[in-house]
Design a protein around this ligand. Structure first.
Ligand code: ADP
Length: 202
């Protein structure tokens, strides 16, 4: 079973590409969603994150308030490292369980891990050997990403701050096996995904 790590800067078109992979028959796992699940009540990283950050990051019900966590780590690399030290192993453990069960089923040809954070950490790299073995990067120039993000409801300032907090195109390209430049139409993006799919599975 092929496991591909799909990443890209915010607004580059990663999720749109992932949707195309799903149409082609890949199983897409939303790794960012697992990141939310591990912080939810009963989640694998819930207690560890409360221990690391204190009860101040919980809401009135004692559950982790992700907006408080985000505010705590934004622009503070030491706090982000503390969060990831707890959350990433938890995410990888959940991912390993999902990938094992897909592999055991014997029916899945390819899994695409849709993950905003790939370049920056060991997320998706599993000691079991079940993690991604290929990296696909979707990129687009900032001038193309900005209007897409503004249309999605961010202010220009928020969009620029989010882009600046992520890995650079150069960093992503350095670890990519495949790069798709999404600066054209959605149809062109789908066509580029189809070509990569043919290469990966051919
Ligand atoms: P990401 O997951 O990388 O943040 P998305 O796939 O959500 O990015 O794309 C960001 C926005 O841009 C979405 O609203 C999406 O529909 C739109 N979009 C993606 N690719 C294109 C494209 N080639 N042309 C026009 N809009 C696009």
């Amino acid at each position: 079973m092929l496991v591909v790590g799909l990443t890209g800067g915010i607004g580059a078109g990663k999720s749109t590409a992932a949707a195309r992979f799903a149409e082609l028959g890949a199983v897409v796992i939303d790794v960012d969603a697992i990141g939310r699940d591990v912080l939810a009540p009963g989640g694998r990283a819930e207690q560890g994150v409360i221990d690391a950050f204190g009860p101040g990051i919980t809401d009135d019900n004692g559950n982790i308030d992700r907006s408080k966590v985000a505010a705590e780590v934004f622009g503070r690399p030491d706090r982000l490292t503390a969060l990831e030290a707890v959350s990433h192993p938890a995410i990888n453990a959940e991912l390993d369980i999902k990938l094992r069960s897909l592999a055991d089923g014997g029916k899945v040809q390819a899994v695409v891990l849709d993950m905003a954070v790939l370049t920056e950490s060991r997320l998706g790299q599993l000691e079991s050997g079940r993690g991604y073995t290929k990296v696909l990067v979707v990129e687009a120039p900032e001038a193309v990403r900005l209007p897409r993000l503004i249309e999605r409801g961010l202010t220009e300032e928020q969009a620029r701050a989010r882009m600046a907090s992520q890995a650079s195109d150069e960093q992503r390209r350095a670890i990519a096996d495949h790069v798709i430049v999404n600066d054209g139409t959605p149809e062109e993006l789908a066509g580029a995904v189809d070509l990569v799919w043919a290469e990966l599975t051919g």
